[in-house]
Design a protein around this ligand. Sequence first.
Ligand code: PEP
Ligand code: MN
Length: 339
Amino acid sequence: MIVVLKPHAAAEQVAGFCRELESMGFQINDSVGSDTHILGLIGDTKALSESWVLANPVVETCRRVSEPYKKANRKFHPDDTVVDVAGHKIGGGHFVVMSGPCSVESREQITYVAQRVQAAGASILRGGAFKPRTSPYSFQGLRAEGLEMLQHARTVTGQPIVTELMSAEHIPLFEEAGVDMIQIGARNMQNFELLKAVGKLQTPVLLKRGLSATLEELVMSAEYIMAEGNPNVVLCERGIRTFETSMRNTLDISAVPMLKKMTHLPVVIDPSHAAGIAFMVPALAKAAVAVGADGLMIETHNDPAKAKSDGAQSLTPDQFDTLMATIRPELEFFGMQLN
Ligand code: PEP
Ligand code: MN
């Protein structure tokens, strides 16, 4: 249930009402917006009578929420959430570009790509150290060594780093490396124990949509993270499986406005994994800006032909420069701030 409070309701009366609700076993999601103050009640509200709630002098109105997601629900939190990744804001008009290679391959490679994508306007460096691969015989990533290389690149450029976590066992390693944003990959979107584990941290999480997950399933996965206490979740549409075979996946561009209606969380697009082919990435990136996404994740590699993973979809640094030059005026046109 959401309870909209009267504007200028006295703080002590609101606190008393909250205490009463808490004593009845409800968890309260308090959202103070620019002109609304909403209490989102989490728990079994079936037995809670609306007339009892409405009778309280601080209450303007109340409404039952039928969706299974609560903390992620836009009805609980009408304003856009802005997630801050080491000073770089995502959401609420702030647009962020994350770029780097699919896999970290060497110290020189990650540092070079970091410098190039940063010069072009990417503020967050991506790079996989632990790689989810379809085949156990494919390159699995440089693991802890890869994290160390990402840290090195960060000391050179100052860019925060986002990298994929595949197992809760590696959280201490990630904490030691000071990973600025934890990526939960498409294949782990419904690894609920992993979601609960990152929910216990405060590190921002980039949650990628599963290969064939519905939007409600994606939002429920965000709910798992938020229910544990981590509100810093960014959703990522990265293409879904359809009957189409001419590209790796199908970018579900409709996901952006629908997710923004369903939730208050920032939504970014990864056109690289959606397309699977480099030539399509700039066009899809432009579409992402136009549809209202809050950011992009783009794979850029120093030498895509020799990449250890996802070379076919990776841009060269020069191609990334061109992409950024194209989207800058587009962002300006739509009133988005690149940061
Ligand atoms: C990646 O970002 O390199 C990756 C493996 O992404 P996804 O989980 O979307 O396939
Ligand atoms: Mn990849």
